[in-house]
Design a protein around this ligand. Structure first.
Ligand SMILES: Nc1ncnc2c1ncn2[C@@H]1O[C@H](COP(=O)(O)OP(=O)(O)OP(=O)(O)O)[C@@H](O)[C@H]1O
Ligand SMILES: [Mg+2]
Length: 270
């Protein structure tokens, strides 16, 4: 049913409102299988809401979403089995050890019992946490926590890995490490990666295609080079971001919420 020609994700005309607030306002999106796709945009643009719809965590009331050809509404459980998800809010349990955190996800995502221990250790090794796997996650640094969450998302061998700001609050070296792990695993497995980030340099370096979202809509889409060329010679992705969002970041209602979420993250990482 799904070959490589079937996109990993296809969103058609999706909308989502929270009460009066229109968070996603008619988004069309197609992500080719095996690629790294970046969803960019300011605080409150609607990125997380879009991702939560793709992961089946929010209902799709308007429009349709298919993951590897499966409709997310009608084939919810089958879709969930294809996806690994690292949410924006930190999700590791600080009282459990790194290994226990990953094992919990292995159970939740139906990794066959016989394969579980081996699979847990294999992803812990892939993210470079094998030596620290016995320590409580509460003792981990921010970068280690993000890598642990990556291991949680990878333990079910997903075809589609979705990362909501995987490198927020990390130092430059830790950011590079997270990306190198993602790249390494992707090269090995051919999985698709959908990522949101506020770091334009990351998008430029690691994403084959990007979509720029603002106020619930996709305002620009293409390879980073295409978007930059579209704006003029010597433009950077930062310039494209500014051109699309009009420099009015704090006007969006998500502004304060975004700042608060970042502070919360910083406190937990601190
Ligand atoms: N659970 C919710 N209840 C009410 N409004 C919400 C909820 N979640 C998101 N919103 C609103 O929907 C809009 C889009 O939010 P969303 O979290 O999707 O943005 P985002 O692009 O992920 O932003 P950020 O970069 O800050 O993470 C914002 O205006 C936000 O306030
Ligand atoms: Mg978000």
């Amino acid at each position: 049913m799904s070959s490589d020609a079937t996109p990993a994700v296809r969103c058609t005309g999706i909308r989502h409102s929270f009460g009066e607030k229109v968070a996603v306002d008619g988004v069309d999106l197609e992500i080719a299988a095996g690629t790294v796709f970046g969803l960019l945009g300011p605080n409150g643009a609607g990125k997380t809401t879009t991702i939560r719809m793709i992961t089946t965590l929010l209902p799709v009331k308007t429009g349709t979403i298919e993951v590897h050809g499966l409709d997310v509404t009608r084939r919810k459980m089958a879709v969930r089995r294809l996806i690994g998800y690292v949410p924006q809010q930190l999700s590791a349990d600080s009282a459990l050890s790194g290994r226990q955190n990953v094992a919990l996800f292995a159970r939740l995502f139906d990794v066959p019992r016989k394969a579980r221990d081996e699979q847990v250790d294999s992803v812990l090794a892939a993210v470079g946490l094998l030596d620290d796997a016995g320590r409580p996650a509460g003792e981990y640094s921010g970068g280690m926590i993000r890598r642990l969450e990556l291991a949680q998302a990878l333990v079910s061998s997903p075809r589609l890995l979705i990362l909501d700001e995987p490198t927020i609050g990390l130092d430059p070296v830790a950011r590079t490490t997270v990306w190198e792990r993602i790249e390494g695993i992707r090269a090995e497995t051919g999985m698709t990666v959908l990522v949101t980030t506020h770091y334009m340099d990351e998008a430029e370096q690691y994403c084959e295609r990007v979509a720029l979202m603002h106020r619930g809509r996709i305002r620009a889409q293409g390879t980073p080079a295409e978007l930059e060329a579209g704006l003029g010679p010597e433009s950077t992705l930062d310039d494209v971001f500014r051109a699309v969002t009009g420099d009015q970041l704090e006007e969006t209602s998500g502004g304060m919420r975004g700042v608060r979420a970042t502070r919360r993250t910083a406190r937990r990482l601190g």
